[in-house]
Each structure stands twice: as structure tokens, then as C-alpha cells.
Design a protein around this ligand. Structure first.
Ligand code: SF4
Length: 482
């Protein structure tokens, strides 16, 4: 960090921070492939990779197809236990040689760095997203933050190349205060970018739940003091180590709410598949409760119940649809019902991004739409809220519809069309609701695969001009990390 000034908490913040407890959490993490390759993994885990798998992965070490160079390997004991009965979870957590067969893809999908006015902060919409940590308790092989977790160097819009840095409290809060002051002085919109007040911040990474409670609390309090209305925390810890949601963490949330009662909190959980939290019988079927609903793992259920019963917290699930993991309408139908039943909203399913090696993981866009649509047949109206989103660099875009029939009189629609709709425009709100219609391409994994069949594009999804530098509002006296 080059920032000179340290962040100084207010008295109110400090009084809250003084109440926070910081227990240590033993996730029994197995880090890397080495414990398996060298026979050092705990005895009961050794068969998790077959000898054939280990032999191929060993041969790839040190080559350009080394899977650990692309994405570090990491697993918790809890996830290992759940994955033993689930080929889907194994696909999520186990390194596989096919990951590096085709390394095509972007190191900065969606030109995310174009929206980074301060190191570690992306300012999109009326929201900010912060990288507060560059690892998780375990690592999903498909992770679209692989460049952050593997600490790769990324090209910035100005041509410089550096690892993504993590957000620092003083830099971020200075930026929020400066942006919001300009917006307030200009009648509610920034005079250059047209953006509104920055009112919501997402703590992301990596997984913020890897941080100690004191660090999470320090972020929460500083954001609350800076006038943020709602804080989100994106986590897969409920799947990787649900015991992390213990009395000390919940107590921290309660003290935070007592101190800042007007600040909302949204826990953005990440479940890909019901095998991550439902108990299974020996034959692979889900264990049932008396009324035919499925039985949750007690640790996950306890964690979820404790969060949900705090009515001021909303819990939302969002997850990508990934080949071999959850590209299955039946699994997603069970998931949407099971989550809603315990109080979790089904927010988004995502098409995989065009990250490095995306061809190993992504399901074609039209297939993903069909899977989600099929999964929602038979769900009640409150269970089927989830939309299929694909994150274009211009903003969050819904894959709104896929038709099987041509549109009469529209050349190029002979095989049907795909309709995209902009849900949120990253730079400001003006393009919300605009659509783009393309002729179908069942093999398409990304927008590029439709470039030769665009029929109508009021949304501008096929205009690849990057955002102008002027829209990144850099306030004075903000230092850049690294
Ligand atoms: S939990 Fe999220 S950030 Fe962490 S490895 Fe998985 S997808 Fe990536």
C-alpha cells in the first residue's frame, strides 16, 4: 500500500469492535495436490483421487498444463465428507486434467478492471464490489476469480500489468464519501458518470468468511460509518465449513445490528447442488423427513436457521450452472424448493464467464436456459424467482427467452432466437430493460459465438468498445495498492 493515512475508527465503531470475539476455526483443510501425490493425505482421504488420476496430474506438473498453476487446489474436511457420496461435488472440488486442455479465455472477464477506481474495489451500478481476501476455505475448479486466487497479473486499462490488489478500508471509504458527496451536490447523480449514490457494498474475494470476525466487523462498521445503506457478503462457507457460522460470528452480527440498526445485511450464499447440504441414503437417494421434504445436514441447517431467524438479514443463493456439476433440471428443481423452504431466496443462476479454460466448465447458453426453465416447471411462484444471468461487461444481462420457432418475417430467425435483456447497466442505469435478439446457436458458450447472427441490438451487447476512462471516478488522494 502506498496510502499514507491510517483509517481511524469513530468511538461508536470502536465500542462495537471491542465486543467482537475471534475464535480459531479448524477446517481441516487439505491444501494442494501434494498431500495426495506424496501419499501424505489423511488415510481416509487417500482414495479421493485414483492412482490413474494422480499419475496424469503428476505428469502435468511443471508443464503449461499444470492444473495448480491455473487454479490452486484446496478442500475442507466437511466438503470432502459431502463429496464422497457425490460425483457432482467431486467435479467441483477435484483437480482434473481436462481443465487445462484448452486455456482459451480472458484473464479479466468482462473487463472488470475498467470499473475499478480504487484498488480492490469495482464500482458498478449503485453498488461496489470489493476484493477483501484472495482465497476461500476450499477452491471451486470453475471459479471465475481464478486470476485473483492464483495471484495472476492482469492488464489494466492504462496498459500496466499487476496482480489484483485487495481493498483497504481507508481507500474505499474515502472513495465512497467523495463519490456520494459529489452525487448529493449534483442533485442525485454524478455529473460525469450519471451514477447514483453508492449505497450498497459487496464484500467478496475469495471468501470473506475466511477472515477473522474482527476484520469482517471492521469492514462492516467502516462502511456503515461511510453511509452505506446495505452490506452484502458473498460466501460459499455455508457449503465448505458451515460451523464457521457460530455464536461468535452471530454475536458479532447482533452487536452490529444493535449499533447500526438502519444498515441492511444480505448474505449471498453459493450452493451449486443440493448434494452440498442434503443428507443421502446409501443408495444415493436423499433422506426424507416425515412430510416428504428432504433432510439437511445438521451443521448446515443449524447455520442457516440461525441466520434466517434474524429477520433483518436476507439470504440469497446465486450460483453458476456448470457442466457435470449442476447442469441438471432435477437437481436445480430440488435445490430451488429446498432453499426456499428454509428461507433462502433463489436469486440468480449464471452462465459461466469466459475465464481462462472456460470451455472445460461452461454449459452452452441455450442449454443453460433450457435447464433452468425445465427445472422451474412445477415450482410454485415463490420458488421460481431465479433468473438466468450472463455477465456482459456492460452489465448484468438476463438470458430472457429461447424460442424453438422462427419469428415470422425476421430473416435469420429460422432456427429460433435468443433474447437477452439488460438487467443492470454497470456504468449507470440508462440501459436497463433494453434487449438484444440473436439467431440461435446451440453451441454458443459466450456472446462472441453469436457475433455473426445479431438480429436486433438496442442493448449494444455487440459493441465491444470498452468503457471510457472518464467513467472511473478517481477521487484525489487515493493511493493504489501494489
Ligand atoms: S467459493 Fe467462490 S471465490 Fe471461492 S473458489 Fe469458489 S467460486 Fe471462487
Amino acid at each position: 500500500m502506498t496510502t499514507q493515512d491510517k483509517y481511524v475508527p469513530t468511538e461508536r465503531e470502536q465500542a462495537f469492535l471491542d465486543t467482537v470475539e475471534n475464535p480459531k476455526y479448524d477446517r481441516e483443510i487439505i491444501n494442494g495436490l501434494a498431500p495426495f501425490l506424496e501419499g501424505r493425505a489423511p488415510v481416509e482421504m487417500r482414495g479421493f483421487y485414483s492412482e490413474t488420476e494422480l499419475s496424469i496430474l503428476r505428469d502435468l506438473k511443471g508443464t503449461e498444463r499444470d492444473v495448480e498453476e491455473r487454479m490452486p487446489v484446496k478442500m475442507t474436511r466437511h466438503y470432502f465428507t459431502m463429496a464422497q457420496k457425490s460425483p457432482h461435488l467431486q467435479r467441483l472440488i477435484k483437480a482434473s486434467p481436462d481443465e487445462t486442455m484448452d486455456l482459451a479465455g480472458s484473464e479479466d472477464p468482462g473487463f472488470q478492471m475498467d470499473y475499478s477506481p480504487v484498488e480492490g474495489l469495482l464500482h458498478k451500478y449503485e453498488m461496489g464490489l470489493m476484493y477483501v481476501i484472495s482465497t476461500c476455505s476450499a477452491h471451486c475448479r470453475f471459479c471465475y476469480r481464478e486470476e485473483l486466487i492464483a495471484r495472476k497479473e492482469i492488464e489494466r486499462q492504462d496498459g500496466t500489468v499487476a496482480k489484483k490488489g485487495l481493498a483497504q478500508i481507508k481507500d474505499v471509504t474515502d472513495y465512497i464519501l467523495a463519490h456520494n458527496a459529489i452525487v448529493a451536490a449534483n442533485g442525485g447523480r454524478h455529473p460525469d458518470s450519471g451514477r447514483e449514490k453508492l449505497r450498497e457494498i459487496l464484500l467478496s474475494g475469495g471468501d470473506p468468511m475466511v477472515l477473522p470476525n474482527s476484520k469482517i466487523a471492521a469492514w462492516f462498521a467502516a462502511l456503515a460509518e461511510a453511509g452505506i445503506e446495505s452490506i452484502r457478503l458473498g460466501t460459499k462457507e455455508m457449503a465448505f465449513h458451515p460451523k464457521r457460522f457460530d455464536e461468535a460470528f452471530l454475536g458479532m452480527l447482533d452487536r452490529f445490528h444493535e449499533t447500526y440498526p438502519d444498515v441492511g445485511f444480505r448474505l449471498m450464499v453459493h450452493f451449486n447442488h443440493p448434494d452440498e447440504y442434503l443428507l443421502k441414503n446409501e443408495d444415493g437417494s436423499y433422506q426424507e423427513n416425515e412430510n416428504g421434504t428432504f433432510t439437511w445436514h445438521p451443521d448446515t441447517k443449524h447455520a442457516m436457521d440461525e441466520i434466517v431467524k434474524r429477520g433483518w438479514i436476507s439470504v440469497e443463493n446465486q450460483a453458476p450452472i456448470i457442466r457435470g456439476i449442476n447442469d441438471d433440471p432435477d437437481a436445480l428443481r430440488i435445490q430451488q424448493r429446498a432453499l426456499k423452504r428454509v428461507g433462502v431466496e433463489n436469486h440468480y443462476y449464471f452462465c459461466g464467464r469466459d475465464i481462462v479454460a472456460y470451455r472445460a466448465f461452461n454449459v452452452p447458453i441455450e442449454t443453460a436456459w433450457n435447464i433452468l426453465n425445465e427445472s422451474q416447471k412445477g415450482l410454485s411462484g415463490v420458488e421460481n424467482h431465479a433468473r438466468l444471468s450472463i455477465t456482459h461487461y456492460k452489465g448484468k444481462t438476463e438470458v430472457n427467452a429461447v424460442t424453438n420457432e422462427p419469428i415470422p418475417g425476421l430473416p435469420g430467425s429460422e432456427n429460433g432466437v435468443v433474447i437477452f435483456k439488460i438487467l443492470r447497466n454497470a456504468a449507470d442505469a440508462k440501459d436497463r430493460g433494453k434487449v438484444c435478439i440473436v439467431g440461435r446457436n446451440p453451441e454458443a458458450l459466450w456472446f462472441d459465438d453469436y457475433a455473426d447472427r445479431v438480429l436486433f441490438d438496442e442493448a449494444g451487447l455487440f459493441d465491444y468498445t470498452r468503457v471510457k476512462k472518464a467513467s472511473a471516478e478517481t477521487p484525489v488522494a487515493i493511493g493504489a495498492a501494489t
